[in-house]
Design a protein around this ligand. Structure first.
Ligand code: SF4
Length: 454
């Protein structure tokens, strides 16, 4: 039984560590050391790694049937990563639509995918998605645990069976809401939004009905055995995450975080890789504190945050509210941002929403990587700036985070003013030719260089 954590602890540099080091231009020994210390994870289920051995560890995986995993590292010494949630609901379930969303997310640059399906045939949906997924793939097994049964009817046997089944399928990381305890529930009394996590709410209902402790907490060591066997990474879920800024950093959230800290150590002692999930809705000024206490309580395990959304009043624009919070979170301590789409709180996202959500989260992650001085983080910015200054539209557009949108907007603007084309236009419709400061600057520079007048 060997996990990436155990291999790193033995001092060995695994093929997956080497792959991540090459992909990120980072030192493999340092990645190994961070992995061994529990400050970095490489979610890589052995089954997903071996889906197609001949294509294993390839650098540019194509989204085709039988795709193997290209490992991704998550930790502070690496680039901040972005997750895209997809998945059916009980009222909208089409595997085709979910595949379309997954490919839209991958094309936009998502580093990982989570399947949060709750409608239709969950096993078949997961199998189809996993077969075409070249990046780490996560699920929330509690969603399937309650499939076809009332939450009251869950028992330990069912929990272990479902978790083992998904591990065998090749899922790379599981959100496990083991930190929501019975004694935390009275702390929710004064909350504005109560429990907004689906997993947290289901487990709270179970605990109240049976008057027993959270079964995921009670069976945690058994879960560790399964996750260690396949090397599925724990993503310790925050079932009590605040769902309104008024509830941020409250007693319930911190009490659960303390349990997550305890579980982080227990899982790592069992050889499992662990990351910890975080809030939620958090005012901007509380984000730094939230990152600091997570780091202290959870022993530096990679922090995976949903948003955080810095205001509650922007339905339709929550990819923006979460990107604002995401930059702050990644600057102060998070390693992994879960995207939020413009459709958040309003309905199930479609492929366009997914794309907008991934791009917003990528911007947030990249802005934080620049601000924290990550080696090489601003190189693309420099290339784009030079192209912009030279009115080199081709490079300007291709170096942008979303070339497709940038090219479309520029082309449309050019068409409106009858400009000749992307490559040759020496201004755009924003300021017009006479007012184009970039063009004027170029003339000034040329004049200075030749010692003449502009
Ligand atoms: S016209 Fe204005 S926006 Fe367009 S390239 Fe020139 S300076 Fe930039």
């Amino acid at each position: 039984m060997t996990t990436q954590l155990q291999i790193a602890r033995s001092g060995t540099i695994s093929d997956e560590v080497k792959f991540v080091a090459e992909a990120e231009n980072a030192d493999a020994a340092l990645i190994r050391d961070e992995l061994a210390a529990g400050r970095l994870v490489i979610p890589a289920n052995k089954v997903h790694l071996k889906t197609n051995p001949s294509a294993s560890l390839r650098a540019c995986p194509e989204p085709v049937e039988g795709t193997s995993l290209s490992p991704v590292g998550i930790g502070r010494m690496l680039k901040t990563k972005v997750n895209a949630n997809i998945g059916t609901s009980s009222v909208r379930c089409s595997v085709k639509a979910e595949l379309e969303k997954m490919h839209a997310a991958l094309a936009a640059g998502a580093d990982t995918i989570m399947d949060l399906s709750t409608g239709g045939n969950l096993d078949a949906t997961r199998e189809k998605l996993l077969a075409q997924c070249p990046v780490p793939f996560g699920t929330v097994p509690i969603y399937q645990i309650i499939e076809d049964r009332g939450v009251e009817d869950i028992d330990g046997k069912i929990v272990l069976k479902i978790i083992e089944k998904q591990a065998k399928q090749g899922v790379d990381f599981f959100t496990i809401h083991a930190g929501v305890l019975r004694e935390h529930l009275p702390l929710l009394e004064n909350r504005v939004a109560g429990i907004v996590s689906r997993g947290g709410a289901l487990l709270a209902k179970w605990m109240l009905y049976h008057n027993k402790q959270n079964p995921l907490y009670e069976m945690f060591d058994d879960l560790c055995d399964i996750l260690a066997e396949y090397d599925v990474c724990f993503s310790l879920g925050d079932g009590l995450r605040p769902g309104a800024i008024a509830d941020a950093t409250d007693e319930a959230q911190i009490a659960e975080l303390r349990t997550l800290g305890e579980l982080t150590q227990r899982a790592q002692e069992n050889g499992c890789q662990v990351m910890v999930e975080g809030p939620g809705h958090v005012p901007f000024d509380q984000i730094q504190y939230n990152m600091q206490i997570q780091h202290e309580i959870c022993h530096g395990a990679p922090f995976y945050v949903l948003g955080p959304l810095v205001t509650d009043i922007a339905p339709g624009y929550d990819h923006i509210t979460s990107a604002i919070g995401g930059t702050a979170a990644a600057f102060y301590g998070a390693s992994f941002l879960c995207y939020v789409t413009p459709r958040e709180h309003l309905g199930l996202p479609d492929a366009d929403d997914v794309r907008a959500g991934v791009i917003a989260a990528k911007i947030a992650a990249h802005a934080a990587d620049i601000a924290r001085g990550l080696k090489g983080a601003s190189e693309q910015d420099k290339r784009l700036s030079i192209a912009r200054t030279n009115l080199d539209w081709k490079t300007h557009l291709s170096e942008s985070l979303d070339p497709q949108t940038a090219e479309r907007m520029h082309r449309q603007a050019c068409e409106k003013i009858g400009a000749k084309g992307l490559a040759s236009a020496d201004y755009c419709s924003m300021c017009g030719k006479a007012w184009c400061s970039v063009r004027i600057n170029r003339e000034i520079r040329e004049a200075i260089r030749s010692g003449g007048t502009a």
